[in-house]
Design a protein around this ligand. Structure first.
Ligand code: XUL
Length: 540
């Protein structure tokens, strides 16, 4: 019986999951998390972030990540798991974060001494002690410079899959080069959190996969190769400082001798690591085009796969390489739970009352709409927060409830339509997925079945599943992704099906919603006529 291990070096801690597979038997046999703040207090992090004066800056410690990995390997070894059956390991990393290593790193990694802790040996390999992470937004100026050099935001998005966001790695590298040119000169290799984790395990510089590479503003999305123009726009002589790009299922090499002799692991294969969102795609069991996952959490997010390298004309989405092949889109809406809670609280309802309000109001809400921008919104870009209402009476508590949920679902649907994918099934996760009435609106707006999914550490599980998939592939057996996830990921049956009468209502309302959004953003005419047309057809 083979065992595969996945790691997730995330913002706040390190998780490991081991899975056992034999024939149709699938089981998670180990799951543990270490928390950086609580378990590694010497680094002084808060929620995994090093102390900071500038709120725009967010960094963490690459040495702490290494120490966490070393400790976790010890925990796995001490758990009673039969280590001799571990065949392959892989991992997931918080996206965009970067690690800067000098020229000694290569020899240090290749000759790790099992008699001494990893951290002691790595102390001298960093040219930058603090790694910028995805929560950093201090690079607005570098984003502008890179964008200008590449011919504007549309050009950057078409080339790399996303506009140059502050947290993306290229702008962070440029900032390092500008502020510490000597440190940049001493840097021989820049890793992502993911490829750094793989490098520590394999004892050699590991490649970056297109899932995580696309989050750098440096990768040509269509070719899945470094884009020379983007490298030039970022910092001089960057190409030799980047690991190669390689498919997500690449075998980096066997576990370094350090792990075998220090913790008793066999010489299992290290599979390339990827970003946490790409790994989650596998961990929620998305098998192919037409399936999307929607997480209704603090923010609402949608991700799904695409065969082709398409990009979002509105520039709000990010497109990454999918670790399953092809591409994946990621959309993030800031006004998720927060907006639902604001409306619920204003209406003085509990969640049962919120559900009742949805049951008691009609799909389409009689053409009364809300743009629920309680906070500045990411999708679409709204910098000045403020709720906008069209024909909606703020005193109508039930109408407000329906309006906020319909708005969120229509925003998810209209802002993902550029993917050109006919959505056939949605896997719903996150706190608000517990509410069946919300899922009914989701099913009706998308015209697709919605199945609820209980997922804990989907990125980490995805990493373990990728280790299994890659190991089988290396042995000449191509496991279909649906088969890889089956048994580990069990979406609820039968799920929520779209109500046939509601689908045409929302098909029409989506156009009205898009017009209201354009009007609110000052990009379109008054939607009054469209609203009147909708009411004439479906009633008020
Ligand atoms: C994605 C992003 C975050 C990080 C941390 O673009 O910034 O989701 O991957 O989880």
């Amino acid at each position: 019986m083979a065992i595969y291990v996945g790691f997730d070096l995330s913002t706040q801690g390190l998780t490991a999951i081991a899975i056992e597979v034999e024939g149709s038997r699938r089981e998670v046999v180990f799951e543990r998390s270490l928390n950086y703040d609580a378990d590694f207090p010497a680094y002084g992090t808060t929620h995994g972030v090093l102390p900071r004066e500038d709120p725009l800056v967010a960094t963490s410690s690459p040495l702490m990540w290494a120490e966490a990995l070393d400790r976790m390997m010890g925990v796995i070894a001490g758990s009673g798991l039969d280590l001799s059956r571990v065949r392959a390991v892989s991992g997931s990393g918080q996206q965009h974060g970067s690690v800067y290593l000098n020229g000694h790193a290569r020899t240090v990694l290749a000759a790790l001494d099992p008699g001494r802790p990893l951290v002691e040996q790595l102390a001298g390999v960093f040219t930058r002690k603090a790694s910028p992470i995805w929560m950093d937004s201090s690079t607005a100026r570098q984003c502008e410079q890179i964008t200008r050099a590449l011919g504007g935001a549309e050009a950057v998005s078409r080339l790399t899959g996303s506009i140059a966001f502050e947290r993306f790695t290229g702008p962070q590298i440029r900032k390092f080069y500008e502020y510490d040119p000597a440190g940049y000169t001493r840097t021989a290799m820049i890793h992502l959190v993911s490829s750094y984790g793989a490098s520590l395990l394999a004892g050699r510089h590991a490649p970056i996969d297109p899932g995580d590479g696309a989050g750098m503003t440096l990768m040509d999305l269509a070719r899945k190769q470094w884009a020379p123009a983007a490298l030039d726009a970022t910092a001089p002589d960057l190409a030799p400082r980047l690991p190669p790009l390689a498919p997500s299922w690449s075998i980096v090499g066997p576990l370094a001798d350090y792990w075998c002799r220090r913790h008793g692991f066999p010489s299992a294969q290290v599979v390339a690591w990827s970003g946490d969102n790409p790994c989650s795609l596998v961990g929620v069991g998305l098998a192919g085009e037409g399936e999307v996952a929607i997480s209704l959490g603090t923010s609402d997010t949608l991700f799904g796969t695409m065969r082709e390298a398409r990009t979002d004309p509105s520039l709000a989405a990010s497109v990454f390489g999918a670790p399953t092949e092809g591409y994946m889109a990621l959309l993030c809406f800031k006004n998720g739970s927060l907006a639902r809670e604001r409306v619920r609280d204003r209406a003085r309802l509990d969640w049962a009352g919120f559900s009742r309000a949805l049951r008691e109001t009609r799909p389409g809400n009689g053409g009364a709409l809300m743009l629920p921008w309680f906070e500045a919104e990411i999708t679409p870009t709204v910098l000045t927060p403020g709720v906008r209402r069209y024909g909606l009476d703020p005193a109508d508590a039930a109408g407000e409830v329906r309006a906020v949920v319909e708005a969120q679902m229509m925003a998810l649907a209209t802002h993902s339509s550029w993917m050109g994918v006919r959505v056939q099934e949605i896997r719903a996760t996150g706190g608000a997925a517990a509410n069946r009435e919300i899922l009914q609106v989701m099913a009706d707006v998308f015209g697709a079945r919605v199945r609820r999914l209980k997922v804990g550490n989907s990125a980490c599980l995805g990493a373990a599943l990728r280790a299994w998939h890659a190991d089988e592939l290396a042995r000449g057996r191509r496991l279909p992704w649906g088969e890889v996830a089956a048994g580990f990921v069990e979406p609820e049956e039968p799920g929520v099906r779209p109500a046939p009468a509601s689908v045409p209502v929302y098909a029409a309302l989506k156009d009205v919603y898009a017009a209201c959004e354009a009007d609110a953003l000052g990009k379109g005419p008054d939607p009054g006529l469209l609203i009147a047309g909708f009411r004439a057809r479906f009633g008020t």
